[in-house]
Design a protein. Structure first.
Length: 495
């Protein structure tokens, strides 16, 4: 029998349908992998018993002829998604013992379609970070290592680093993530897997713990574009409980992976050719253009003149919304409560003990830009520039159908390498944040290796609600790149 943990979701669904193995067998293999990869610290909460119960129920449904879209597929769920009866922490001490009495809409959709939950994956605390080093439960470790022999442990990217790491390690067939400024696309690039952030409003935010409400969007990680398409179809859909959810039909995303991009116009933004971009990333970007051109696409130059302001705009708007959203964690209704002599001291002690340094930093920035005398100077101005960034994309799409760029300005870096400089850490999202501010769909597809043997991704950004084209172009890049590389530890095991 083929190693079950190395199957794609599409391959596993085919095998389950042909009765080559059961969901219990498939899930048991991944539970074993969960134990083998505990050194990655990818999970905060493992749910192996629940997974096997769900798998047994899945096998019964399949036998009864009522199999769902993802029937029997073992997935990991980012610990930002509330899961009924299962601890949900947002990687923060302030929610260390929070057990929701309800299910997030997106995870509920996946379970409705037959998915199995292996556990809740670690993230940067409240999704604030680009390295998964701000979790209250310790660093997540990227399964990839450099080929230079330094044996340095690398970050998996963030905030959804636990999800990306466990999928890359073949410990889960797919995983959920959330993307506020790049938190699906950047870790997908760092871990050599595929990940897509859909259009804002495509997936419900209900039951997903909020960081920045006008930016947060759910999306999937998987090892192939087709698997991402299957997961996204299940995750998407209108939700009356979420006022930002769009009442739009959900396409059969996987059916649109025809590989035909003849006549498609691919935009190349000159502003993304930033100073100091490593030569190997520029070379991969050129290779991506050549692949798409060979497949029949037309390469066109475009301009996104206000994208140079995207980082400062994001780091005004996102902390402002975080400051507002995290005000609910006061030690009164749920979560951690620290004693104090009076109510104010209890608030202060609770938040001082419950929140980590990065969360405190962003709350302070957000509170400052929303304060009297600074609201118009910073927050209002940032919202105006955000609109200009969105208008730049709208004008660009008069000339092109999708936009191609690098996903990140570097390969994965070592744990602790950039932590002394928050600004340097924030620059990791320079290519992903503009699409987030504009609410556009964006996908990272693994396309090559760095000189140190680490994965590099290419990003496709599409028009609003046009995930189908983003996925189709991603599929063409995937086919051309033939990215078969695996983390060195897996290659040794396979040998």
């Amino acid at each position: 029998m083929t190693n079950l943990t190395h199957l794609t979701i599409a391959e596993a669904l085919a095998g389950l349908k042909k009765k080559e193995f059961t969901s219990v067998e498939l899930t048991s293999a991944h539970v074993k992998a969960t134990e083998e990869f505990r050194n990655l610290n990818a999970y905060i909460t493992e749910t192996s018993e629940l997974a096997l119960e769900q798998a047994a129920a899945s096998d019964k449904r399949r036998a009864a002829g009522t199999a769902g879209l993802l029937e029997g597929i073992p997935l990991a769920i980012k610990d930002l998604y509330c899961t009924k009866g299962v601890r949900t922490t947002a990687s923060s001490r302030i929610l260390e013992n929070f057990i929701p009495t309800y299910e997030s809409t997106v995870s509920g959709n996946l379970f409705r379609d037959g998915a199995v939950m292996l556990g809740k994956t670690s993230l940067d605390e409240f999704a604030m970070g680009s390295s998964n080093t701000t979790s209250a439960y310790g660093n997540v470790i990227n399964p990839w290592t450099r080929n230079n022999g330094d044996n340095a442990q690398l970050v998996p990217g963030g905030s959804s680093g636990g999800s990306s790491a466990i999928v890359a390690a073949r410990g889960a067939m797919g995983a959920t993530g959330t993307d506020t400024g790049g938190s699906i696309r950047q870790p997908a690039s760092f871990c050599g897997i595929a990940g897509i952030k859909p259009t804002y409003g495509r997936c419900s935010r209900w039951g997903i713990i909020a960081f920045a409400s006008s930016l947060d969007q759910a999306g999937p990680f998987a090892r192939t574009v087709e698997d991402c398409a299957l997961m996204l179809e299940s995750m998407s859909g209108f939700d009356p409980k979420d006022s930002t959810s769009a009442n739009k039909p959900v396409p059969k995303f996987a059916a649109g992976l025809t590989g035909d991009i003849r006549g498609l116009r691919v935009g190349i933004p000159k502003e993304y050719n930033v100073d100091g971009l490593p030569a190997e990333i520029s070379k991969l970007w050129e290779q991506g253009k050549d692949w798409l051109k060979a497949a029949g696409a037309e390469i066109v130059d475009i301009t996104l003149p206000h994208s140079k302001y995207a980082l400062p705009v994001y780091y005004i708007i996102a902390p402002a919304e975080c400051s507002s959203n995290l005000a609910r964690y006061d030690g009164v209704r749920y979560g951690l409560r620290a004693d104090g002599a009076d109510l104010r001291e209890m608030y202060e002690n609770t938040r001082a003990q419950g929140f980590g340094a990065e969360v405190k930093r962003r709350i302070m920035i957000g509170t400052y830009v929303l304060s009297a005398g600074y609201y118009d100077a910073y927050y209002t101005k940032a919202q105006k520039v955000r609109r200009l960034i969105a208008e730049d994309f709208a004008k660009a799409y008069e000339k092109c159908d999708v936009i191609l760029s690098p996903t990140a300005p570097s390969a994965a870096f070592a744990i602790g390498e950039n932590e002394d400089d928050p600004i340097k850490m924030y620059l990791n999202d320079v290519f992903t944040i503009p699409a987030s501010l504009a609410g556009l769909p964006g996908m990272s597809v693994p396309a090559g290796l760095s000189s140190e043997g680490l994965p590099l991704g290419l990003q496709i950004i599409g028009r609003p609600w046009d995930e189908e084209t983003v996925l189709r172009v991603g599929g063409v890049i995937e086919t051309a790149a033939q990215f078969k590389a695996m983390p060195q530890s897996l290659m040794k095991k396979a040998a």
